[in-house]
Design a protein. Structure first.
Length: 85
């Protein structure tokens, strides 16, 4: 779990908008897509690891994975959420 104080400081590296924690139901949907081999990151590479937590950009378009409590705030590693529609 990300420290709430840290979460207040984090922003999207691309456009500097805020980030918030993804709901468990969204994380479950992402992991279903990972298991089916259907989830890709921003540069089109398959996401092969389960997502334990994620940070969603305030506009709801991207999710940055959190690995072992550490946010991966790399633009290329972001997961476009439009894939789940």
């Amino acid at each position: 779990m990300i420290d709430p104080g840290l979460l207040e400081l984090l922003v999207c590296p691309e456009n500097r908008t805020g980030l918030h924690l993804a709901e468990e139901s969204l994380v479950a949907r992402l992991n279903e897509a990972v298991a089916e081999g259907k989830l890709k990151n921003r540069v089109g590479q398959p996401v092969r690891s389960r997502v334990d937590e994620g940070l969603i950009r305030d506009d709801g378009t991207l999710l940055y994975p959190v690995v072992e409590g550490i946010p991966v705030l790399l633009i290329d590693e972001a997961i476009p959420l439009e894939q789940l529609e």
